[in-house]
Ligand binder design. Structure first.
Ligand code: ADP
Length: 183
Protein backbone atom coordinates (compact mmCIF):
# COMPACT_ATOMS: atom_id res chain seq x y z
CA UNK A 1 0.00 0.00 0.00
CA UNK A 2 1.36 3.41 -0.96
CA UNK A 3 1.93 5.52 2.14
CA UNK A 4 3.59 8.78 1.03
CA UNK A 5 0.77 10.73 -0.47
CA UNK A 6 -0.16 14.17 -1.68
CA UNK A 7 -3.72 15.44 -2.10
CA UNK A 8 -4.43 18.05 -4.74
CA UNK A 9 -7.71 19.70 -5.61
CA UNK A 10 -9.71 22.89 -5.23
CA UNK A 11 -10.96 24.17 -1.86
CA UNK A 12 -14.15 22.30 -1.00
CA UNK A 13 -13.17 19.16 -2.92
CA UNK A 14 -13.24 17.14 0.30
CA UNK A 15 -9.50 16.73 0.75
CA UNK A 16 -9.63 17.20 4.52
CA UNK A 17 -12.44 14.70 5.06
CA UNK A 18 -10.85 12.02 2.90
CA UNK A 19 -7.36 12.70 4.26
CA UNK A 20 -8.44 12.28 7.90
CA UNK A 21 -10.06 8.97 7.13
CA UNK A 22 -7.12 7.53 5.22
CA UNK A 23 -4.60 8.70 7.81
CA UNK A 24 -6.64 7.01 10.50
CA UNK A 25 -6.96 3.77 8.58
CA UNK A 26 -3.34 3.58 7.44
CA UNK A 27 -1.70 5.28 10.44
CA UNK A 28 -0.19 8.10 8.41
CA UNK A 29 0.81 11.56 9.60
CA UNK A 30 -1.83 14.00 8.32
CA UNK A 31 -0.06 17.20 7.38
CA UNK A 32 -2.68 19.83 6.58
CA UNK A 33 -1.11 23.28 6.32
CA UNK A 34 -4.57 24.89 6.51
CA UNK A 35 -5.34 23.11 9.79
CA UNK A 36 -1.95 23.85 11.26
CA UNK A 37 -2.29 27.53 10.34
CA UNK A 38 -5.83 27.69 11.79
CA UNK A 39 -4.48 26.20 15.05
CA UNK A 40 -1.94 29.04 15.20
CA UNK A 41 -4.71 31.59 14.64
CA UNK A 42 -6.88 30.06 17.36
CA UNK A 43 -4.00 29.93 19.83
CA UNK A 44 -3.32 33.61 19.01
CA UNK A 45 0.40 33.00 18.55
CA UNK A 46 2.43 35.73 16.82
CA UNK A 47 2.45 33.58 13.69
CA UNK A 48 -1.33 33.22 13.95
CA UNK A 49 -1.74 36.97 14.22
CA UNK A 50 0.48 37.43 11.20
CA UNK A 51 -1.50 35.06 8.96
CA UNK A 52 -5.13 35.44 10.03
CA UNK A 53 -5.96 38.44 7.85
CA UNK A 54 -4.38 36.84 4.79
CA UNK A 55 -6.29 33.60 5.35
CA UNK A 56 -9.61 35.37 5.85
CA UNK A 57 -9.10 37.12 2.53
CA UNK A 58 -8.50 33.79 0.79
CA UNK A 59 -4.92 34.61 -0.18
CA UNK A 60 -1.85 32.43 0.26
CA UNK A 61 0.38 32.96 3.28
CA UNK A 62 4.09 33.24 2.50
CA UNK A 63 5.99 30.26 1.14
CA UNK A 64 8.61 30.57 3.89
CA UNK A 65 6.02 30.17 6.64
CA UNK A 66 4.34 27.07 5.22
CA UNK A 67 7.67 25.55 4.22
CA UNK A 68 9.08 25.78 7.71
CA UNK A 69 5.89 24.22 9.13
CA UNK A 70 6.08 21.29 6.72
CA UNK A 71 9.82 20.85 7.00
CA UNK A 72 9.64 20.64 10.77
CA UNK A 73 7.07 17.91 10.66
CA UNK A 74 8.62 15.87 7.87
CA UNK A 75 12.05 15.95 9.50
CA UNK A 76 10.78 15.13 13.00
CA UNK A 77 7.83 12.93 12.05
CA UNK A 78 7.70 9.61 13.87
CA UNK A 79 5.57 7.77 11.36
CA UNK A 80 6.90 6.28 8.19
CA UNK A 81 3.98 7.39 6.06
CA UNK A 82 2.47 10.82 5.57
CA UNK A 83 -0.22 12.61 3.65
CA UNK A 84 0.24 16.20 2.53
CA UNK A 85 -3.05 18.09 2.31
CA UNK A 86 -3.18 21.72 1.16
CA UNK A 87 0.54 21.83 0.44
CA UNK A 88 2.19 22.49 -1.99
CA UNK A 89 -0.03 25.23 -3.36
CA UNK A 90 2.25 26.74 -5.98
CA UNK A 91 5.31 25.77 -8.02
CA UNK A 92 7.82 27.33 -5.63
CA UNK A 93 6.40 25.21 -2.81
CA UNK A 94 6.37 22.08 -5.00
CA UNK A 95 10.02 22.54 -5.95
CA UNK A 96 11.05 23.23 -2.36
CA UNK A 97 9.20 20.10 -1.26
CA UNK A 98 11.04 18.10 -3.91
CA UNK A 99 14.37 19.36 -2.63
CA UNK A 100 13.47 18.57 0.97
CA UNK A 101 12.29 15.06 0.11
CA UNK A 102 15.47 14.40 -1.90
CA UNK A 103 17.48 15.36 1.18
CA UNK A 104 15.41 12.97 3.29
CA UNK A 105 15.65 10.23 0.61
CA UNK A 106 11.87 10.06 0.50
CA UNK A 107 9.53 10.06 -2.46
CA UNK A 108 5.90 10.97 -3.08
CA UNK A 109 4.33 7.67 -4.13
CA UNK A 110 1.01 9.01 -5.37
CA UNK A 111 -0.55 12.40 -6.00
CA UNK A 112 -4.32 12.22 -5.80
CA UNK A 113 -6.21 14.94 -7.61
CA UNK A 114 -9.79 15.20 -6.33
CA UNK A 115 -11.90 16.69 -9.09
CA UNK A 116 -15.21 18.46 -8.55
CA UNK A 117 -17.29 21.04 -10.41
CA UNK A 118 -17.18 24.72 -9.35
CA UNK A 119 -20.91 24.66 -8.67
CA UNK A 120 -20.75 21.85 -6.11
CA UNK A 121 -17.68 23.13 -4.35
CA UNK A 122 -19.17 26.60 -3.87
CA UNK A 123 -22.31 24.97 -2.40
CA UNK A 124 -20.17 22.90 -0.01
CA UNK A 125 -18.01 25.82 1.10
CA UNK A 126 -20.97 28.11 1.73
CA UNK A 127 -22.58 25.53 4.00
CA UNK A 128 -19.39 24.95 6.03
CA UNK A 129 -19.17 28.26 7.92
CA UNK A 130 -15.43 28.71 8.52
CA UNK A 131 -14.25 32.36 8.92
CA UNK A 132 -12.80 32.22 5.38
CA UNK A 133 -15.95 30.70 3.90
CA UNK A 134 -17.69 33.98 3.00
CA UNK A 135 -18.50 34.51 -0.64
CA UNK A 136 -15.72 36.95 -1.38
CA UNK A 137 -12.97 34.83 0.20
CA UNK A 138 -14.29 31.73 -1.57
CA UNK A 139 -14.17 33.48 -4.91
CA UNK A 140 -10.62 34.62 -4.17
CA UNK A 141 -9.53 31.09 -3.14
CA UNK A 142 -10.88 29.67 -6.39
CA UNK A 143 -8.99 32.24 -8.42
CA UNK A 144 -5.81 31.53 -6.45
CA UNK A 145 -6.33 27.79 -6.98
CA UNK A 146 -6.70 28.16 -10.73
CA UNK A 147 -3.76 30.54 -11.10
CA UNK A 148 -1.24 29.16 -8.65
CA UNK A 149 -2.16 25.59 -7.65
CA UNK A 150 -3.65 24.09 -10.82
CA UNK A 151 -0.26 24.27 -12.63
CA UNK A 152 0.87 21.54 -10.20
CA UNK A 153 -1.41 19.14 -12.07
CA UNK A 154 0.96 19.25 -15.06
CA UNK A 155 3.99 19.21 -12.79
CA UNK A 156 2.98 15.92 -11.16
CA UNK A 157 1.51 14.49 -14.33
CA UNK A 158 4.92 14.99 -16.00
CA UNK A 159 6.47 13.19 -13.03
CA UNK A 160 4.17 10.23 -13.76
CA UNK A 161 2.58 10.11 -10.30
CA UNK A 162 -0.75 11.92 -10.83
CA UNK A 163 -4.04 10.08 -10.28
CA UNK A 164 -7.25 12.00 -10.91
CA UNK A 165 -10.38 10.78 -9.16
CA UNK A 166 -13.99 11.94 -9.22
CA UNK A 167 -14.76 13.80 -5.98
CA UNK A 168 -18.53 13.97 -6.44
CA UNK A 169 -21.00 11.65 -4.75
CA UNK A 170 -21.01 10.12 -1.26
CA UNK A 171 -17.96 10.35 1.01
CA UNK A 172 -17.66 6.55 1.09
CA UNK A 173 -17.70 6.27 -2.71
CA UNK A 174 -14.95 8.84 -3.05
CA UNK A 175 -12.97 6.99 -0.35
CA UNK A 176 -13.22 3.75 -2.34
CA UNK A 177 -11.97 5.46 -5.49
CA UNK A 178 -8.95 6.75 -3.58
CA UNK A 179 -8.25 3.33 -2.06
CA UNK A 180 -8.02 1.80 -5.50
CA UNK A 181 -5.17 4.15 -6.36
CA UNK A 182 -3.22 3.22 -3.21
CA UNK A 183 -3.13 -0.52 -3.77
P1 ADP B 1 -9.23 25.13 1.56
O1 ADP B 1 -8.68 23.87 0.92
O2 ADP B 1 -10.69 25.02 1.87
O3 ADP B 1 -8.88 26.37 0.81
P2 ADP B 1 -7.17 25.05 3.63
O4 ADP B 1 -7.47 24.65 5.01
O5 ADP B 1 -6.32 24.13 2.82
O6 ADP B 1 -8.60 25.29 2.98
O7 ADP B 1 -6.45 26.48 3.60
C1 ADP B 1 -7.02 27.62 4.19
C2 ADP B 1 -6.11 28.85 3.99
O8 ADP B 1 -4.84 28.62 4.64
C3 ADP B 1 -5.74 29.18 2.56
O9 ADP B 1 -6.73 29.93 1.90
C4 ADP B 1 -4.41 29.94 2.75
O10 ADP B 1 -4.63 31.27 3.19
C5 ADP B 1 -3.76 29.20 3.89
N1 ADP B 1 -2.88 28.10 3.40
C6 ADP B 1 -3.06 26.76 3.61
N2 ADP B 1 -2.08 26.05 3.03
C7 ADP B 1 -1.27 26.95 2.41
C8 ADP B 1 -0.08 26.85 1.63
N3 ADP B 1 0.47 25.66 1.34
N4 ADP B 1 0.49 27.99 1.16
C9 ADP B 1 -0.03 29.19 1.44
N5 ADP B 1 -1.14 29.36 2.16
C10 ADP B 1 -1.77 28.26 2.65
Amino acid sequence: MKNRLLFLGPPGAGKGTQASQICNDLDLMHLSTGELLRAEVEAKTSLGQEVSLIMNKGELVSDDIVLSIVQNRLVNGEREGWLLDGFPRNLVQAKSLQKLLDELSQKIQAVILIEISDEILIQRLLSRGRPDDNEEAIRKRLIVYKEKTAPLIDFYSDAGILNAIDGEGQVIDVALRIREVLN
